[in-house]
Ligand binder design. Structure first.
Ligand code: FES
Length: 112
């Protein structure tokens, strides 16, 4: 599902709402796509603490609460913000192209 060179489309922007993140399985990786105050954010879907799928978690302000052990991460940076999570999520810059949320997989970031 390539949109333009280097970019990979994860989902339709219209699928994502502030309360309902979307999981996208692309190129052997699972991503969670979030909408926060009109901006899209992309993190890895898998919790760094265990098997929790963050797209099935609960959005609280700018944080996502893992449905497994209720650890939390900052959606904007991937930083772990609440125990038992301590390791940051990988994140990617989200871009909107033709109504789709896209990332450049090579632009993976990790919170300090
Ligand atoms: S698996 Fe996410 S908090 Fe434990």
């Amino acid at each position: 599902m390539t949109v333009e060179a280097g970019l990979v489309a994860l989902c339709d922007a219209a699928e994502v709402s502030e309360d309902t993140p979307v999981r996208a399985d692309v190129a052997g990786e699972s991503f969670a796509v979030f909408l926060l105050e009109g901006e899209f954010y992309v993190t890895q879907d898998l919790c760094t603490h265990g098997p929790g799928s963050l797209s099935e978690g609960f959005v609280e302000g700018c944080e996502i609460e893992c449905p497994f052990h209720q650890g939390k991460f900052d959606i904007r940076t991937g930083a772990a913000t609440y125990a038992p999570c301590t390791e940051a999520l990988r994140t990617w810059s989200a871009r909107l192209v033709d109504g789709k949320v896209c990332i450049d997989p090579s632009e993976q970031r990790s919170a300090a």
